[in-house]
Design a protein around this ligand. Structure first.
Ligand code: PDD
Length: 294
């Protein structure tokens, strides 16, 4: 069945959705996006995603905000119409098309808003089960990684390079040797003493919604997370590592640059974090992810 998409107020078959080649998103990557996970037909943390979208737009001085109520409604409608039980809804807002190429942004833009959904497994995936192998690559992105910009070339190149090297994904490393984050996720390590560490929020990384949800879920159980930077060497020597993102939820990392972490299998702390997060989004873990207890 053809999936429905939504462009500027109109529902349309996804493969017939059209925008202008003069769109500033296309010409200048002048736009932002959000990916909201769907599990059990429910949108996971949609409000936090919309908060971050609005923040990104404010930081880029868009001057015009999309209608939040409408965005919420379209999220729900796409999930329903497209029958998304597990997957995500993608939302992109750009500064629009003006039939010319002008670097200077209009004061009051006519936004281009595009949304679609995709059905796909988030919990029972090979990488969630078995972990992913990471390579560390230089972080060549711009200085405003806190803005969820559609300018994703550096991330796309890093992921392509990771695949070419036989790995599953990339972690990005700042010139000072500290890991910033994953190419499309936040990066975490667990020390041999069981301390859970992730980089503090700044313009160097995206403030992940999944990251935030884990702080809440762990906090409620009296768990502690240390917010600090770590080097690739420290990550390689760590007992465990994992990434968080709306698309991979909590994904164990079992290898960095060919160095196995621990015994090369997802670690016990990572498994408990997966279990905690899956439960938080309403999954019946015994059914959806029996391997977390294995
Ligand atoms: N990416 N850091 C980067 C660079 C990201 O691209 C993402 C998410 C995250 C995690 O954020 P969240 O937990 O809110 O998904 C961190 C999305 C999923 C993507 O580009 O597909």
């Amino acid at each position: 069945m053809t999936q429905m998409a939504w462009v500027n107020g109109v529902y349309t078959a996804a493969d017939e959705a059209r925008i202008s080649p003069f769109d500033r998103g296309f010409l200048f990557a002048d736009g932002v996006y959000e990916v909201t996970a769907v599990y059990g037909g429910r949108l996971v943390d949609m409000e936090r995603h919309l908060d971050r979208l609005e923040r990104s737009l404010r930081e880029l001085k868009f001057g015009t905000m999309p209608d939040r109520k409408e965005l919420e409604e379209v999220h729900r409608k796409l999930v329903e119409t497209n029958g998304v039980d597990e997957g995500y809804v993608y939302l992109q807002v750009t500064r629009g098309a003006y039939g010319a190429r002008d670097f200077v942004a209009p004061e009051k833009p006519r936004l281009t808003i595009f949304m679609f959904s995709e059905k796909r497994a988030l919990i029972d995936t090979a990488s969630a089960r078995n972990g992913s192998r990471i390579v560390a690559l230089p972080d060549i992105r711009w200085a405003r990684r806190d803005i969820k910009s559609v300018g994703l070339l550096a991330q796309a190149l890093a992921k392509t390079e990771a695949k070419a090297r036989g790995a599953d994904d990339a972690w990005l490393v700042a010139p000072d040797g500290q890991v910033t984050e994953g190419a499309s996720s936040n990066a975490w390590i667990v020390t041999k003493d069981g301390e859970i560490i992730t980089r503090a929020i700044s313009n160097m990384i995206l403030a992940g919604v999944t990251r935030h949800a884990l702080f809440d879920a762990l906090g409620q159980r009296g768990g502690k997370i240390t917010e600090r930077s770590f080097t690739v060497e420290e990550a390689k020597a760590a007992a465990e590592a994992f990434t968080t993102a709306a698309t991979g939820l909590v994904t164990p990392v079992v290898e960095i640059d060919g160095v196995k972490l621990g015994d090369g299998k997802p670690g016990a702390v990572t498994r408990s974090v997966q279990k905690l997060y899956y439960t938080a989004i309403g999954a019946d873990v015994a059914k959806a992810a029996p391997w977390v207890n294995a």
